[in-house]
Design a protein around this ligand. Structure first.
Ligand SMILES: Cc1ncc(COP(=O)(O)O)c(C=O)c1O
Length: 509
């Protein structure tokens, strides 16, 4: 039961001088939300054609020079309701199985709104600070890391990998007696990072940002199972050590972005640790895959990972802008991301996490620290994460991962059964890559063009929304299941649609 708004308790709008151009509304949030809520609810039904990319429909309503005088809240809310929301991006559509992105589930979206309004800053003592810290601990436990590991929410997998590699850089430099975060990398000879060609490009970008240099990524070729080749990894490290270079990190994929294959993580960890090299694992997409007991063994013992990136805004369906970096050593991580104290935030460095009720709200910070990542001010990203985990529990998340891994296997099974389909990569997690291949079509370029046309037609129809990738040189239709709204019906529909469109297009070719 909900209570009707009670106007007796509505704060009066602050008086503004007549003609004050700062018309920002600071009251009546309930009315503002009520204005856009029906449109949001309608959007989430995904009815009618997808209008997001029809620029001619919405650009004239939106594109304008910076207004000198504001139009006020009502006009802004009307534009959100009538133009922006109905033409939103349908990544939450039950047929959307593209890239590695999805929309927040209901409770996650509500959690984000609550945190945005009531917890606009993560660090001070308040319920949201506790929830954020607790959500990190819950995820460390859920994903099987030792309780001594620390973690911090980040803006996404890109930043979570940056945080992990920042720790790796600190570790490698400290072995040479250098504090890289304090003094820079100057005296560290020729840093090197090792990873397979399937590694997401944010890893190389993080190397650039950290001053390691993108060209210092040594790409370890794939073995016959499309996993990092261990023999070559050993050779590269031995070569670099002999040449006096500085191995900084071995990076393993816990589910690569193209096919969802998990690298030989335990073996890579052993090779790295033989030489005291940091072992970082990118599980931004597939780290959640370890929750499926049928494939968990591939992830190995988590206490072998020195750092780990995983995205709650992917498989957990938290709002986009929610990554998690996990690290074996909180003190090292804090040295890697130290933010010097300033006069303005003296208390941040003086106050320990309080155990009782602090005397004043501004005198004490809560759990977590800004020294574990690159943000200073930050939203309480853990609130929507907590909301989902509390809503569905560990078993709810395990079941989601199993269900989605099953969906990829169903696609693979049908691709094996249908004569006109070819399975291009056996799913290990929730990604299936396949293509339409009619009898007698053997020219690679012709097949690539046909499958690209099939994908374009799928997108035009808007019911089945996979993405593409390249597997072994071939253009692949790639279905990636992480979306809590994906269902069995749409899994079958995707294969049916590819067959139907493929037959149609190949007949006229
Ligand atoms: C394996 C992997 N690593 C890293 C990233 C980057 O994460 P984000 O987009 O959250 O920054 C992605 C994104 O899809 C990914 O799949």
């Amino acid at each position: 039961m909900t209570n009707p708004p009670d106007d007796r308790y509505r704060p009066a709008a602050p008086a503004r001088p007549q003609g004050d151009p700062d018309v920002a509304r600071v009251d009546r949030l309930d009315e503002a939300v009520a204005t856009i809520l029906p449109a949001l609810e309608a959007f989430n039904r995904f009815e009618g054609p997808d209008r997001a990319s029809l620029r001619s429909e919405w650009l004239p309503d939106l594109d304008e020079p910076l207004p000198d005088e504001g139009v006020g809240a009502d006009a802004v809310l009307a534009t959100l309701r009538d133009v922006v929301i109905p033409r939103g991006l349908r990544v939450g559509h039950p047929g959307f199985a593209s890239w590695v992105t999805t929309a927040p589930s209901t409770t996650a979206a509500a959690g984000q709104l609550a945190a945005a309004v009531a917890s606009p800053q993560r660090w001070w003592v308040q319920p949201s600070n506790h929830l954020d810290t607790m959500a990190v601990r819950w995820l460390i436990e859920l994903l099987g890391f030792p309780a001594t590991y620390v973690g911090t929410f980040t803006s996404g997998g890109s930043t979570a990998n940056l945080v992990g590699l920042g720790a790796a850089r600190q570790h490698a430099a400290e072995r040479l007696g250098i504090d890289a975060a304090l003094d820079g990398l100057g005296p560290v000879p020729e840093p090197r990072v090792y990873a397979s060609p399937e590694t997401h490009h944010v890893v190389a970008r993080a190397m650039g940002v950290l001053g390691l240099g993108r060209t210092n990524l040594r790409t370890v070729e794939l073995d016959a199972d499309r996993r990092a080749d261990l023999r070559q990894l050993r050779t590269f490290i031995a070569e670099d050590l002999a040449a006096g270079r500085t191995p900084v990190a071995v990076v393993g994929n816990a589910g690569d972005v193209n096919t969802g294959i998990v690298d030989p993580l335990p073996e890579m960890a052993a090779i790295a640790h033989e030489h005291d090299i940091w072992f970082h694992v990118d599980g931004a997409y597939g780290g959640w895959g370890m929750l499926d007991e049928r494939v968990e063994a591939a992830f190995g013992d988590r206490s072998l990972y020195d750092s780990f990136a995983v995205d709650p805004h992917k498989w957990l369906a938290a709002p986009v802008g929610t990554g998690l970096a996990v690290c074996r050593d909180g003190e090292l991580l804090a040295r890697a991301f130290t933010i010097e104290p300033g006069a303005y935030d003296r208390e941040r460095h003086e106050s320990a996490e309080p155990t009782g009720d602090p005397p004043a709200p501004w005198g004490a910070l809560g759990g977590g620290t800004a020294d574990w990542g690159v943000d200073f001010s930050t939203p309480a990203r853990g609130v929507p994460v907590w909301a989902v985990l509390k809503e569905i529990g560990a078993e709810g998340m395990r079941e989601r991962v199993r269900r989605h891994n099953d969906f990829a296997r169903m696609v693979a099974q049908r691709a094996r059964e249908e004569d006109e389909l070819e399975l291009l990569a056996e799913p290990q997690l929730s990604i299936a890559c396949f293509r339409y291949r009619p009898a007698g079509w053997d020219e690679p370029e012709r097949l690539d063009a046909l499958n690209a046309d099939i994908l374009a037609e799928l997108r035009r129809e808007g019911r089945s929304l996979p993405s593409s990738t390249v597997v072994g040189g071939a253009f692949a239709i790639r279905a990636c299941y992480i979306n809590p709204r994906n269902d069995r019906e749409h899994v079958d529909l995707l294969v049916d649609d590819v067959l139907e469109i493929g037959r149609r297009l190949s007949a006229v070719d």
